[in-house]
Design a protein around this ligand. Structure first.
Ligand SMILES: Cc1ncc(COP(=O)(O)O)c(C=O)c1O
Length: 446
C-alpha cells in the first residue's frame, strides 16, 4: 500500500547550511543539561517552519500536529505576526514597565476584552510556570489563606512552586515542593470512578474537592487550580458540571478559582474562546502562555481589579514581562485568530479528525478512548479495553511510525499511552485527512 501523501503546499524551504545533525547532537550532549528530553529513537532536527508545517535539515516536510507543544497557535512564522514583530524589533526591543509603552497598554485592553465577567486586569510574564507562580501568590495574598487544591494528573509547570501544583511523578523531583498543596481526584471519566454515562459524574468528582477541604485543610483555602482540559495528562475532558461544583466548594471555603488556560485558550477548543467556558464557569484568575505568543516568550495572568490590588503591598517586577516585542506578537495573534476565524476552524477540523479517529477506533482494539474538544484531542491506548492497562510501548511505536510517515504528534498521560493531537489552528481539511490516513497506517500492526 502507498504511503499517505502530504497535501500540496506552496513553500520552498531554504537550503540548510548549518552544522550536521550529528554535530548538533554531540554539542547538545556535551554542553546542555542531560535532563533535556528528545522525542523519537533518532532525534529530529527541525530547522524551518511555515504555518502548519515544519522542515528538517534535509528539507523534508512534516505536518506539525503538536505545534511545538501546543505553542504555535496561528501557524509557524505566520506572516502577519512576523510583520508586527519585525516592525517592533526594528523600532524598540526592550525597556521594561518602568516606562510607558503603547504595546503593553493596548494589548492588555485587547486581551481583557476577550475575557468574561470582571476579568480585566492583566499582568504579563514570560511563561506558563511564571503565570501560575504569580497566580498562586496573588491568591494567597488576596485571601490570606495558604492551602491550595489542585488536581491529580495536572501539569502546571516546572518551577519550584508549580512543580507542587503538578501531579505526575514524571515531573516531580524528590525534593520539598508541595507544602500546602492538596491534590483532588482527577475528574477523568475514562479512568476514574464515574464514567461519561453517569450524569452525576461531575458533581461526584467535585465532592472530593469538598472532602479534601474538610479533611486536609483548616477549612479555609487560598485557591483551586485546574487546567480546563488536562493537557500533559492526556487531553482529559471533565464531566459536565465538574468545575461549577468544585468552584462553589472552593468559594465557600474563601478561595479563588484559577483556570490554567495555557493549552486550552484562544479558541483551540472550537466551541468557545476559553476552555473554562465549556464548563459554564467564570474563574477569578486565568493564566495564559504558549499559544498566546505563537512562539514568542509571553505569558499572562488575568484577574479582577480587587485580586490584582493584593500585589500592591510590595512591588512585583518582571524584567521581560510585557516586553514590546512579545506584546506586538500577542496583539497580532489576537487579530489573526479573529480575522482568519481560527476558532471556528478548530471546531470544524476537530470534528473532522475525531470522526476519522472514531473510525480507526472501530478497527483497532488497542484504542480505549478518543476524546477532546476542537484541536485539543487525545487517543488513549490500552492493552485491554476492560482492564485499561496503559499501552505505553505501542503508543511509542505508533508515534514513531507516524513521524516516519510525515506526521508529528505528542504523547502524554502518566503511562505515556495517550497520543496528543494539537496542531496549529490554521490546519486544513486536507491536513486532517492526511493525519487520519497516517494514523490508520501507523495503527495497522495493532
Ligand atoms: C497547562 C500548562 N500549564 C503550565 C505549563 C507551563 O508552561 P511553561 O513551560 O511555559 O512554563 C504548561 C506547559 O506545558 C502547561 O501545559
Amino acid at each position: 500500500m502507498e504511503d499517505p501523501k502530504l497535501p500540496h503546499y506552496d513553500h520552498q524551504p531554504k537550503s540548510y547550511s548549518g552544522p550536521a545533525i550529528e554535530t548538533v547532537m554531540d554539542l547538545r550532549k556535551r554542553f546542555l543539561a542531560p535532563s533535556l528530553l528528545t522525542y523519537y529513537k533518532k532525534p529530529m532536527m527541525i530547522v524551518e517552519g511555515s504555518m502548519q508545517y515544519v522542515y528538517d535539515e534535509k528539507g523534508r516536510r512534516y505536518l506539525d500536529a503538536f505545534g511545538g507543544i501546543v505553542t504555535i497557535s496561528v501557524g509557524h512564522s505566520h506572516p502577519y505576526v512576523l510583520q508586527k514583530v519585525r516592525e517592533q524589533l526594528e523600532t524598540l526591543q526592550h525597556t521594561t514597565t518602568i516606562y510607558l509603552h503603547p504595546a503593553i497598554a493596548e494589548y492588555a485592553e485587547m486581551l481583557a476584552a476577550k475575557m468574561p465577567g470582571n476579568l480585566r486586569v492583566c499582568y504579563f510574564v514570560n511563561s506558563g510556570s511564571e503565570a501560575n507562580d504569580l497566580a498562586l501568590l496573588m491568591a494567597r495574598l488576596y485571601t490570606g489563606n495558604f492551602d491550595v487544591i489542585a488536581l491529580r494528573n495536572a501539569y502546571h509547570g516546572g518551577s519550584a512552586a508549580t512543580m507542587g501544583l503538578t501531579a505526575h511523578s514524571t515531573w516531580k523531583y524528590n525534593y520539598p515542593h508541595s507544602f500546602g498543596i492538596h491534590h483532588a481526584i482527577a475528574p477523568d471519566p475514562y479512568r476514574g470512578y464515574w464514567g461519561r454515562d453517569d450524569p452525576q459524574a461531575g458533581a461526584k468528582y467535585a465532592a472530593d474537592v469538598q472532602n479534601l477541604i474538610a479533611y486536609a485543610t483548616s477549612g479555609r483555602v487560598a485557591a483551586f487550580f485546574a487546567e480546563s482540559i488536562q493537557g500533559v495528562g492526556g487531553a482529559v475532558v471533565y464531566p459536565d458540571g465538574y468545575l461549577k461544583n468544585a468552584f462553589a466548594y472552593v468559594r465557600e471555603a474563601g478561595g479563588v478559582c484559577i483556570s490554567d488556560e495555557v493549552q486550552t485558550g484562544f479558541g483551540r477548543t472550537g466551541s468557545h474562546y476559553w476552555g473554562f467556558e465549556t464548563q459554564g464557569v467564570i474563574p477569578d484568575i486565568v493564566t495564559l502562555a504558549k499559544g498566546i505568543g505563537n512562539g514568542l516568550p509571553l505569558g499572562a495572568v488575568v484577574t479582577t481589579p480587587e485580586i490584582a490590588r493584593a500585589l500592591t503591598q510590595r512591588i512585583h517586577f518582571n524584567t521581560f514581562g510585557g516586553n514590546p516585542v512579545s506584546c506586538a506578537a500577542g496583539k497580532a495573534v489576537l487579530e489573526v485568530i479573529d480575522r482568519e476565524k481560527y476558532q471556528e476552524n478548530c471546531r470544524v477540523m476537530g470534528d473532522r479528525i475525531k470522526k476519522g479517529l472514531f473510525k480507526i477506533q472501530s478497527k483497532y482494539e488497542i484504542i480505549g478512548e478518543v476524546r477532546g474538544e476542537g484541536l485539543m484531542l487525545g487517543v488513549e491506548l490500552v492493552k485491554d479495553r476492560s482492564t485499561k492497562e496503559p499501552a505505553g510501548t505501542a503508543a511509542a511505536e505508533i508515534f514513531e511510525s507516524a513521524k516516519d510517515l510525515g506526521l508529528l504528534i505528542g504523547k502524554g498521560g502518566l503511562g505515556g499511552n495517550v497520543l496528543r493531537i494539537k496542531p496549529p489552528m490554521c490546519m486544513t481539511a486536507a491536513d486532517a485527512d492526511f493525519m487520519i490516513d497516517v494514523l490508520d497506517a501507523a495503527f495497522r500492526p495493532y
